[in-house]
Design a protein around this ligand. Structure first.
Ligand code: AMP
Ligand code: ZN
Length: 119
């Protein structure tokens, strides 16, 4: 299924729940995390409802590659300092033991001056 009507991130993508948008194209949506751990903290999600990285197959290689290539550009635009003194952290929590709470695949992008709220 492309969308899960009960999924909070599908609702954000559809504009049914408000978010602070960072970026949008046909396949990818990015928005600020509501509880930031760092001065810059946004989430990048595929518009396609995938519960987690555990469901990825070779057909998603281009989509996930696009997210990874876009992340550094958006990080700089959102105020992360340039590499190597600055940089950013990418986190993709997967499953209960991976600390995943929202089951729509999302990539956390965090950055900005230290200290951060969570390590
Ligand atoms: P995870 O533990 O990786 O599943 O993290 C889910 C993230 O989604 C958390 O950092 C939450 O703060 C964030 N989040 C949950 N609801 C919203 C929302 N409505 N808008 C923005 N971020 C959200
Ligand atoms: Zn979803």
């Amino acid at each position: 299924m492309n969308h899960d009507p009960n999924c909070i991130f599908c609702k954000i993508i559809a504009g049914q729940i408000p978010s602070r948008k960072v970026y949008e194209d046909d396949d990818i949506f990015a928005f600020h995390d509501i509880h930031p751990w760092a001065p810059v903290h946004f989430l990048m999600v595929p518009k396609l409802h995938l519960p987690s990285m555990a469901q990825l197959t070779p057909e998603h290689e281009r989509l996930m590659g696009r997210i990874m290539v876009l992340a550094p550009k958006l990080a700089l635009e959102q105020g992360c300092n340039p590499y190597p003194e600055g940089g950013f952290r990418i986190v993709c929590n997967t499953g209960a033991e991976g600390g995943q709470e929202v089951h729509h695949l999302h990539v956390h992008v965090m950055g900005g001056p230290r200290p951060w709220f969570k390590g």
